[in-house]
Write a protein of this length. Sequence first.
Length: 357
Amino acid sequence: MTEKTFPPARILGIETSCDETAAAVVEDGRRVLSNVVASQAEMHAKYGGVFPEVASRQHIRTIYSVIEEALSQAHLSLDDVDAIAVTRGPGLPGSLVVGVNAAKGLALGSGKPLIGIHHLEGHLYSPWILEKDQDDNPSPEPEFPLLALLVSGGHSELILMTDHLTYERLGGTLDDAAGEAFDKVARLLGLGYPGGPKIQKAAEDGDPTAFKFPRAWLEGTWDFSFSGLKTAVLHQVRQLRAELGEDENDQSVELPVADLAASFQMAVVDVLVTKSRFAAQEFSAKELLVAGGVSANTLLREMIVRDTPGAVHIPPLYLCTDNAAMIAAAGYFRYVHGQRSDLNFDAMPTWPISELV
């Protein structure tokens, strides 16, 4: 299939949906000229999760310096970009407003077009972005139709992409998303925040078959459910504490954390990979795309590549978590398809992905 060609354009992307203050400049939807991320992860770790008021205040402190740094690293001024793309939602209300208002101010002052982007659409376009060493020999773009597995802290979705900006939502989480389950189980095991990397690290020395944790296959649907798995881990921890003759809340009890983490991780990944592979077959998808924060998980990356017969597109690790390059990439495809946003649009903290399909 011949790739479509679109006109060249440089997009300034801005992302503040949660606890990362980010700005980037991306050329033609693929080539990263700059990608600056000011992380707040260490700041929020003591709370065991993101503290919304702290996040919004920190965005205010850093947003303009991050944007200036992104333009500086790209060796460009605001006059040199064609449009500004900003995350409109979903996300934390106070965080989103900071990025949206900054983008509006820049657009108003420069006369550049402004495009409000759905955060999850940004993740979907992250695999289009070239690796840092691919400028002279770019990898092929993902080919439609493709099956997208979108897995993050708040979302687990299977989406069929039949063309640029054309989506069909096949299914999603009915309760806890995969990333949310990682966070909750990490807290249960005393591993801290963020849960995904903590579980993965603990699982390195564990046996993924040590505990028979359930898989919610939800046959006949493309939906996911991880609440029951999370509860199963809780019950197993309580049982282990009881067998050791200790109170279930006694944190001094030595649990087999590595085995628990490995078994839990395998249960999550097994469901994600299996349902994605079957959905790709069912809907005749040529290729498979994986994106979102949980796509950084090593076991998921290895198993989905191993078990999928066609091409699999997964962004590099630095583009799996929240960043502005993906917002700029999605903004490029919205821009070349003629989308422009009015300056009076509001942030949408609960913007459902179903409104994109």
